[in-house]
Design a protein around this ligand. Structure first.
Ligand code: UDP
Length: 237
């Protein structure tokens, strides 16, 4: 596997070309951002943790029949993936009230959401990733109605697979964000699934074990990421 030129640099990852036109390498950085990149910092070894957790979760989902971009983990920070064209819609699944939902609608943080809900956000940094409705997706032709139906079905399937996985590890899967992409015309799960993109609360203490520790300056950020790695992959660094 030869790694080629950088195709894209995002807030938490770089994407590199490979010698195969339909495969890319995701390189996980330690850079952390929050509040539409107004807050910036570093979480030591975050890239390694997020890469290993993503590998474990993509494997679990693949084995359960969810198509993903995952091919193999190449190193501590590199994930070999299928090249996709990202659908510019961020898909959020919520099991418990938290974050922007609590703020926007005045709902009580920690209240259960049953059944889980799915929300769409327009993936656009300049606009601050606004919440959008199905009609806006249709209006802007971000995805077809058939693709939206499939994305929602897959997002809820991911939730029903990940909820028990985390419950067994004494964690509550509060909410998470997914991104989907098109690979040879097929809709597949892409990006990452990690403490950067999910909210996890410890089942006993209800303490945050995710990027909220960075967003809210709660301290012990690195420790929380390492603890998630330990519970998910059964290892430390
Ligand atoms: N999320 C994300 N990237 C974003 C926005 C949200 O990964 O750009 C994740 C976030 O970590 C949480 C879920 O999506 O697990 C729901 O986030 P929310 O809408 O509550 O926004 P936030 O409170 O993060 O601003």
């Amino acid at each position: 596997m030869t790694i080629g030129s950088m195709l894209y640099e995002g807030k938490a990852k770089k994407v590199f070309a490979t010698d195969k036109p339909d495969q890319v390498v995701q390189y996980f950085k330690d850079d952390a951002t929050a509040f539409n990149a107004q807050k910036r910092g570093t979480i030591v070894e975050k890239g390694v943790v997020n890469n290993k957790i993503s590998e474990r979760l993509f494997l679990l989902l693949e084995q359960a029949g969810v198509p993903t971009h995952f091919i193999e983990r190449l190193s501590d920070r590199e994930l070999l993936t299928k090249k996709v064209t990202i659908v510019p819609v961020e898909v959020v699944v919520r099991n418990v009230v938290a974050g922007s939902l609590a703020k926007r609608l005045g709902l009580k943080e920690g209240d259960p959401i049953e059944p889980a809900i799915v929300e769409w956000y327009y993936k656009n940094d300049a606009l601050g990733d606004p919440l959008i409705a199905d009609e806006h997706i249709r209006l802007m032709k971000l995805a077809t109605p058939e693709q939206m139906t499939e994305i929602k079905r897959l997002a809820l399937k991911v939730n029903s697979l990940l909820q028990p996985f985390f419950r067994e590890r004494q964690m509550i899967l509060v909410d998470f964000k997914l991104e989907f992409g098109l690979h040879n015309g097929q809709l597949i799960l892409a990006d990452e699934i990690s403490p950067d993109t999910c909210r996890f609360w410890d089942q006993t203490t209800k303490e945050s074990m995710d990027k909220d520790r960075f967003r809210k300056d709660l301290g012990k950020i690195e420790e929380a990421y390492q603890e998630v790695l330990k519970r998910v992959c059964g290892e430390g660094l």
